[in-house]
Write a protein that binds this ligand. Structure first.
Ligand SMILES: C[S@@+](CC[C@H](N)C(=O)[O-])C[C@H]1O[C@@H](n2cnc3c(N)ncnc32)[C@H](O)[C@@H]1O
Length: 289
């Protein structure tokens, strides 16, 4: 089934039921504009945790090797979908990109990203960058703060919204997630952490993958077996996926896929079972987003 055909209208949202119960609640049912970006950054990225370090190093090596193999005539255009208050996916793409779109739905996260990048990102990102510089391509970037300021382009939009006009292949589209437009992409803790519905998770993955051109390297990270999460006082959803859900979801959308599990101690918060990271290249499946 084309996941874009999924219709959420058959399920009505009941606010008395919490995320993670058997009744599915959808992306549009949550108050994304109440996402407390500073609180989220404080919990997750104030320091470099060992699970994030492992993911960072996997993605670093994968992108560095992909770029060295492809030798593109001009630097890539990259996109991070559902960027939230996390800069490390963008930092992973930084040496290889002349432009990085940070695509994010929540207005609070959009404002936070603009401030964080525009003001020269805070020192808490330095350990993330230091881990990246263990590879030469990253070590060659003289000033990552200045470079991120120069190449970053923060946009507010939903992964589920198509471009206003058919602008397939154009990165310059202002509204909506253009199809087949980007050379490299990341989506970290996004698709499984924006809904409780497995079909909507697949739809988000499908939209992300179709934003990238065939052959584009991508990295996606997921919370495993998550029951949902709290940011400040507000509850947000999750689909309790496992490794095989990621593998199955990427089947037909990607090739050269590697899926790894990390952080099984799950010490970040209650209600999840570890983290999953997938890398690979986008297939040309003929699908149109
Ligand atoms: C768990 S957070 C992950 C944030 C960040 N990528 C990270 O690695 O920590 C989920 C993110 O998905 C964003 N999001 C929710 N619905 C979205 C949508 N329809 N389109 C794009 N992003 C969305 C949220 O605002 C939030 O930033």
């Amino acid at each position: 089934m084309n996941p874009l055909q999924h219709d959420s209208s058959e399920n009505e949202f009941d606010p008395t039921r919490s995320a993670g119960e058997d009744r599915h609640v959808f992306n549009e049912d949550f108050p994304w504009d109440s996402f407390d970006s500073e609180w989220y950054h404080g919990l997750n990225y104030a320091s470099l945790r060992s699970d994030d370090r492992e993911i960072l190093c996997i993605v670093r090596d994968f992108f560095a090797e992909a770029y060295a193999r492809d030798k593109p005539p001009t630097a890539w255009g990259g996109i991070d979908v559902g960027a939230g208050a996390n800069l490390y996916p963008s930092l992973c793409m930084l040496p290889f990109c002349e432009r990085i779109r940070l695509h994010e739905f929540s207005v609070t996260n959009v404002a936070w990203l603009k401030q964080e990048i525009g003001g020269g990102y805070r020192a808490s990102w330095d350990p993330f960058w230091r881990a990246l510089t263990e590879r030469e391509a990253y070590a060659r970037v003289a000033d990552p703060r200045e470079r991120l300021q120069r190449v970053a382009d923060v946009r507010q939009d939903s992964v589920f919204r198509l471009p206003d006009r058919d602008e397939g292949g154009s990165r310059d589209v202002f509204n909506g997630l253009a199809s087949r437009a980007w050379d490299v992409g990341t989506m970290f803790f996004g698709a499984e952490s924006m809904t409780t519905d497995l079909e909507e998770f697949k739809k988000a993955m499908w939209r992300f993958m179709h934003a990238l051109r065939p052959g584009a390297p991508f990295a996606a990270a997921f919370m495993m077996d998550s029951k949902g999460y709290t940011v400040g006082e507000v509850e947000f959803p999750a689909v309790a996926i496992k490794e095989h859900d990621v593998t199955e979801c990427l089947d037909g959308l990607a090739y050269g896929v590697e899926v790894k599990v990390t952080g099984l101690e799950a010490t970040l918060r209650k209600g999840y079972g570890g983290m999953i990271v997938a890398t690979g290249r986008v297939s040309d499946d003929g699908g149109k987003a």
